[in-house]
Design a protein around this ligand. Structure first.
Ligand code: SAH
Ligand code: SF4
Length: 345
């Protein structure tokens, strides 16, 4: 069966001209898919005959909402979605002044093994398809009756370890006849897959690249993130510079603060030194404790102190606003608590 929601317009054109149908029908089908229909029968302007033929050879990737947690503090909605094969993933819908933003997953699990991350603890189960990334958006939009204008690829998984599908997703989600979410409104977060950053720079997408740096020292970073053994900080930052040269986009560095680990003045100073020459913004995130390790976030004052060291050193740094604190923020934690595959399946 063909995963029709992962196809671009020209691929749908090929599919239906092979069925003897006129090309223009492809646009109608494409529009329906991106509106978020879950069955071919909802495509009311398509002939019954064509709908039947599509049903025989294609499926529409759909998600079932297994859990929906709504924050009483700020209305943030956290979803646990079930995929066709019973696996589960998470998305988080956040409301900002300028609209709605959805944090999406790109894999079931993750193979990068960062010790502080709930997703990394269980390893990689499988990659998501472009359609499963899109369906996280269309399902949340329908569920809450809102239009999502911003997307962050910052949920479960490493998008650059699922490169082809992530690129196809970016092309589909920004298509004017589809969801039409501008690439400037999309961020992709990576743990530092250097070959992926290099390949991505060739596409010249005007997305925001977020790089999870978390430490300017190789020994600390390797301890937190095994990926640093393969590509160390110098290799990573050199890829970031190349990326910036090609795209002229400001890079965002994520920095999850862990008490006593990466929150010292020495870290702030080395960070300023290492990031010299890169047009960037630093996003400070109080680490979210997971029960498998004893990481703790520094208190509010220490976080502010760290931020001020950075700004005094000329860096552009902000502390990320915590949304949905009461519904267990960090991605991967809900799926882990529910034990992976959906219990309903
Ligand atoms: N794999 C990609 C994107 C998903 S993780 C990446 O690592 O960048 C999204 C962000 O959440 C990353 O910056 C990651 O380091 C951070 N993160 C993961 N677990 C966290 C935790 N327990 N507390 C704070 N940030 C966390
Ligand atoms: Fe994977 Fe990102 Fe978690 Fe690391 S932080 S294990 S790369 S999802």
């Amino acid at each position: 069966m063909t995963d029709i929601k992962s196809l671009d317009l020209s691929e749908i054109e090929n599919l239906i001209t092979e069925m003897g149908e006129p090309k223009f029908r492809a646009t109608q089908i494409f529009k329906w898919l991106h509106l978020g229909v879950d069955s071919f029968d909802e495509m009311t302007d398509i002939s019954l005959k064509l709908r039947e033929r599509l049903k025989e050879s294609c499926y529409i990737a759909s998600l079932k909402i297994v859990r929906r947690l709504i924050s009483r503090i700020d209305g943030t909605v956290k979803y646990l979605y079930e995929l066709r094969d019973g696996e589960t993933i998470e998305s988080v819908l956040m409301k900002y002044e300028h609209g709605y933003s959805l944090c999406i997953s790109t894999q079931v699990g993750c193979r990068m093994g960062c010790g502080f991350c709930a997703t990394g603890l269980g390893g990689l189960v499988r990659d998501l398809t472009p359609s499963e990334m899109l369906a996280q958006i269309t399902t949340a939009q329908k569920d809450q009756n809102v239009r999502i204008s911003n997307v962050v690829m910052m949920g479960m998984g490493e998008p650059l370890d699922n490169f082809e599908a992530s690129v196809k997703f970016l092309q589909l989600v920004s298509h004017p006849k589809g969801l039409n979410i501008g690439l400037r409104h999309i961020s992709l977060s990576t743990s530092g897959v250097v070959t992926g950053i290099e390949k991505l720079s060739d596409y010249g997408f005007p997305i925001t690249l977020s790089v999870s740096l978390h430490s300017p020292f190789d020994n600390i970073r390797t301890d937190m993130m095994p990926v640093n053994k393969k590509w160390n900080i110098d290799a990573l930052l050199s890829a970031c510079k190349t990326y910036q040269k090609k795209t002229t986009r400001r890079i965002s560095f994520e920095y999850a603060l862990i008490e006593g680990k990466n929150d010292t003045k020495e870290c702030a100073e080395e960070l300023a030194h290492k990031l010299k020459g890169i047009m960037c913004h630093i996003n400070l995130i109080p680490v979210n404790p997971v029960k498998e390790n004893d990481n703790r976030s520094p208190d509010k004052n220490k976080i502010l102190k760290f931020k001020n060291w950075l700004t005094d050193l000329g860096l552009n740094a902000t502390v990320r606003r915590t949304l949905g604190a009461d519904i267990n923020a960090s991605c991967g934690q809900l799926r882990r608590r529910e034990g992976g595959k959906s219990s309903d399946s």
